[in-house]
Design a protein around this ligand. Structure first.
Ligand code: AMP
Length: 401
C-alpha cells in the first residue's frame, strides 16, 4: 500500500498545524450521543499527532444542515464525547476558517486539539468549492484523512484539501485500505463473497463487479428470492423484484463465463406472517413455498452447504444479512454462517472482511464482530468500494505528493 502516505512518512511535526478529517457524525438521541464508536476509531490518529507535538484541528460533518448554520447540528454538541474518548481537553472553534481559527491557533500550544465547526454549515463543503477549501487549507501545514466512511464524497474536506496540502492517510484510513486490499485488491484465493440484504436493485453494481472477481458468490436475504424467481421458482409473497429477471440472468451468465459459483439456497425458512416466532413458521425446499408464504431466511441445509464452501476459501467479503435478521428466528442462518466465518478466521485459514450498517448489526448479534479480520462501519463508502469504484477521498490521497 505504498501508493499513499501515512503518518509514518511525517517528519518532525512539532508546532505544525494538522488539519485532520475525521468522521464524528455521531448518532444522537435527545441531545445525547448514543454511540461513540466513530470517535474511538479515530482516537489513535488524533493522539499520535498530538503526542508528536502538532496542533491538531479536527474537521467533520455532523448531520445534514445543507449549507447553513444550525445549532442542533453544531459540533459543540459532541465536544464532551470527544474529550471523554481522548482523555484530553478539546477546544471548540466555532468556524472552519478565518480570524476565529487564527486566534484559536495563536493560543493553542503544541499537542493541543481543536474541534472545528460542522463543515456542512458552509455550501462550499459539499460543492467542493476551491475557495472554501483554500480558506481552510491556509491554516494548516499538512492534511490527514482518517474518514474512510466519508471518502466516497468529493467534498472540500474529504477531497479538495488533499490537493492543497501534503496529504496523509490516518491510522483508521490506513487500516481500512489495507484490509480492503487484502479482501478484494490482492486476495488469497479462493475468495467468497456474501451479498445479502433486501433488494437486488440497490446492489446490482456490487454483483456485477464481484461476479468477475470472486470464486464463490453467495446470495442471501430478499435478494435470493429475486434470483430464485428468475429461475422460475414460485416465491409466494416473498419480497422479490420480479422486474429484474433479465438483470439476474445476465449476472448468472457472467458468473458462468468467469467460473464463479453462484450459491442460491435450496431450503428456506418461510412464514405466512412477518412477526417474531410466527406460528406458521416452517422450513421447506425452495420448490415448496406456498402462494401465501414469505421466504424470510435461508434454511439449515443451505447454511451447512455454505459453511462447507467457506471452509475451502481463504478470503471472505461480506455485505448484507442472509435473512430478516432483526426478527427471530430469521437471524439463524446469518448468525450460523457468521460464527463459521469467525471460527475459520480464528484458526487462521480465512481472511474475513465485512461491512455496512446492517451487516455490523448482524455480526454484533452473532457476537463475532471482534473475531472477523476487519469490520468496516462505513456504509455507502464500503458498498462503493465493493462496486469497484475508486473513492474520491482515497484517489486524492494517492495522487497527493
Ligand atoms: P440491506 O440494507 O440491503 O443490506 O438490507 C438489509 C435488510 O434486508 C434487513 O433489514 C433485513 O431484514 C432485510 N431482509 C433480509 N432478508 C430478507 C427477506 N428474506 N425478506 C425480507 N427482508 C429481508
Amino acid at each position: 500500500m505504498s501508493q499513499f502516505k501515512t503518518l509514518d512518512d511525517l517528519g518532525d511535526i512539532s508546532g505544525k498545524v494538522a488539519l485532520v478529517r475525521v468522521d464524528l457524525n455521531l448518532p444522537m438521541r435527545d441531545g445525547e450521543v448514543t454511540d461513540a464508536t466513530r470517535a474511538r476509531a479515530v482516537a489513535p490518529t488524533i493522539l499520535e499527532l498530538a503526542d508528536a507535538g502538532a496542533k491538531v484541528l479536527l474537521l467533520t460533518h455532523f448531520g445534514r444542515p445543507e449549507g447553513q448554520r444550525n445549532s442542533t447540528m453544531s459540533t459543540s454538541l459532541i465536544q464532551r464525547t470527544i474529550q471523554d474518548v481522548l482523555g484530553r481537553e478539546v477546544m471548540f472553534i466555532s468556524e472552519v476558517s478565518g480570524p476565529v481559527v487564527e486566534q484559536s491557533l495563536a493560543i493553542m500550544r503544541p499537542g493541543d486539539i481543536g474541534l472545528l465547526e460542522n463543515t456542512r454549515f458552509w455550501p462550499g463543503e459539499e460543492a467542493n468549492d476551491a475557495d472554501f477549501a483554500r480558506a481552510i487549507a491556509a491554516h494548516g501545514d499538512f492534511y490527514v484523512n482518517d474518514a474512510f466512511s466519508a471518502a466516497h464524497r468529493a467534498h472540500a474536506s474529504t477531497e479538495g484539501l488533499a490537493h492543497l496540502l501534503p496529504a496523509y492517510a490516518g491510522r483508521a484510513m490506513q487500516a481500512e485500505l489495507e484490509a480492503l486490499d487484502k479482501a478484494l485488491g490482492h486476495p488469497q484465493r479462493p475468495v467468497a463473497a456474501v451479498v445479502g440484504g433486501a433488494k437486488v436493485s440497490t446492489k446490482m453494481g456490487v454483483l456485477e463487479h464481484l461476479v468477475g472477481r470472486v470464486d464463490h458468490l453467495i446470495i442471501g436475504g430478499g435478494m435470493a428470492n429475486t434470483f430464485l424467481a428468475a429461475r422460475g421458482i414460485a416465491v409466494g409473497k416473498s419480497l422479490c423484484e420480479h422486474e429484474l429477471t433479465g438483470d439476474v440472468a445476465a449476472i448468472m451468465e457472467a458468473a458462468d463465463r468467469s467460473g464463479c459459483v453462484v450459491h442460491l439456497p435450496y431450503d428456506v425458512a418461510v412464514a405466512r406472517e412477518f412477526a417474531p416466532n410466527p406460528p406458521s413458521l416452517r422450513v421447506c425446499n425452495v420448490h415448496d413455498v406456498a402462494a401465501d408464504e414469505m421466504i424470510l431466511d435461508i434454511g439449515p441445509q443451505a447454511t451447512e452447504a455454505l459453511a462447507d464452501a467457506l471452509k475451502t476459501c481463504r478470503t471472505l467479503v461480506w455485505n448484507g444479512p442472509l435473512g430478516a435478521f432483526e426478527t427471530p428466528p430469521f437471524d439463524t442462518a446469518t448468525v450460523a454462517l457468521a460464527r463459521t466465518a469467525a471460527a475459520l478466521t480464528r484458526e487462521g485459514s480465512l481472511v474475513s472482511v465485512a461491512g455496512g450498517g446492517d451487516t455490523v448489526a448482524a455480526l454484533n448479534q452473532a457476537g463475532v464482530t471482534g473475531e472477523f479480520s476487519y469490520v468496516s462501519t462505513a456504509g455507502g463508502a464500503f458498498l462503493e468500494w465493493m462496486e469497484g469504484r475508486e473513492l474520491p477521498g482515497v484517489a486524492a490521497l494517492r495522487q497527493a505528493d
